[in-house]
Design a protein around this ligand. Structure first.
Ligand SMILES: Nc1ncnc2c1ncn2[C@@H]1O[C@H](COP(=O)(O)OP(=O)(O)OP(=O)(O)O)[C@@H](O)[C@H]1O
Length: 328
């Protein structure tokens, strides 16, 4: 668990880089720090593992102030992934991944097993890359090694600063997908910095939107979209709003506005209530035919106009009326 309380930081020029930032991230949750360039995201992240000292405010990691913890011990319990991966060029892939376990004096066999297991999970061929050096790998492979290194000692906390930012769009999407499906991250507290809106929506349980060093709003993707607290938040998502909204809403969220049409004997594909409205629209458009959705209670059939009608009804009901139904 990570908690920031009224944290402030100015650099030598006196201009506030981070202003009165407070948030809490629970175990098993990913919070994304999103915002324009210079909005204070990296400074906020780097204060958590004490690479930067705050001027005022409290930062707690697992209930304990970072100031009272020994810096080395604190950092060994925090995995840190950087945009440029920060691998040691003169260490092999295996040596890079094993750095923290070696510092923690794990025995050799345990380090080797852990390294192999992480490489397999991150789709890095052990046979091909175990003894290679970072410069022999592609950018995507280097970033996977960076992730494996951060996860090696199973830290409770993972901090990621634009972890996929240096990758081309195709590699970026695939490394991101692998990251998302890693069982390793489900029991961790994760904070990730990005300025990529779709990435924030894909990976964040909650998003903390920053501007000029201050938090504008913290909430689920749906809360930020459907209940923005000010014009900055509303305008920030304007360009991709339709796509983001359909992505942020699960079919379950619009269930009450869908009819109970029972499917006939057709073989239309079955979506689940947890799938997004975007998933449904994609299927409907590709097939040019109705699709079936399996909710807890029953199987129903919908077409495109019914989907869009329910989506509009949801927006009218939820916007400006407090929290949306999607909580995580
Ligand atoms: N070491 C430093 N010395 C002086 N000013 C700094 C330093 N680091 C950051 N700043 C300033 O603090 C502000 C916040 O910077 P920060 O890097 O946290 O923003 P960011 O949101 O992460 O931006 P980006 O997305 O471009 O990385 C900026 O105005 C930046 O110029």
């Amino acid at each position: 668990m990570i908690k920031l309380e009224h944290v402030n930081k100015s650099f030598h020029n006196g201009k506030p880089a981070v202003r009165d930032v407070s948030f809490e991230v629970n175990t098993g949750e990913t919070l994304v720090l999103l915002g324009t360039s210079g909005s204070g995201k990296t400074t906020t992240l780097r204060m958590i593992n004490r690479l930067i000292a705050p001027d005022s405010g409290q930062i707690l990691v697992n209930g304990e102030s970072v100031n009272t913890q020994q810096t080395e011990a604190l950092r060994r319990n925090i995995g840190y992934v950087l945009q440029d991966n920060g691998l040691f060029p003169h260490y092999t892939v295996a040596e890079n991944i094993g750095i923290v376990p070696t510092l923690l004096k794990w025995d050799k066999k345990r380090i080797e097993e852990r390294t192999r297991s992480l490489m397999e999970k991150l789709r890095l061929s052990v046979a091909d890359h175990y003894d290679e050096y970072p410069q022999q790998l592609s950018g995507g492979q280097q970033q996977r090694v960076g992730l494996a290194r951060a996860l090696a000692a199973d830290p409770a906390v993972l901090l990621m600063d634009e972890p996929f930012g240096a990758l081309d769009p195709v590699t970026r999407a695939s490394v991101r997908k692998e990251f998302r499906s890693l069982d390793e991250i489900h029991n961790k507290t994760v904070i990730m910095v990005t300025h990529d809106v779709p990435e924030a929506f894909e990976l964040g349980n909650r998003i903390c939107l920053m501007d000029k060093g201050a938090i504008q709003q913290t909430g689920t993707p749906a809360e930020l979209l459907f209940n923005p607290v000010n014009d900055f938040v509303s305008n920030f998502f304007q360009e991709q709003r339709f796509w983001l909204e359909l992505n942020a809403l699960r079919l379950t969220d619009i269930r009450s506005w869908l009819s109970d049409t029972v499917p006939g004997e057709n073989h239309a594909p079955v979506l689940k209530g947890e799938d997004s409205c975007w998933d449904a629209l994609e299927q409907l458009t590709t097939l040019s035919a109705p699709v079936n959705i399996l909710f807890n209670d029953k199987l129903v059939r919908i077409d495109t106009s019914e989907l869009m009608h329910a989506f509009t009804q949801y927006k009218q009901t939820v916007s400006g009326h407090g929290r949306s139904t999607r909580l995580s």
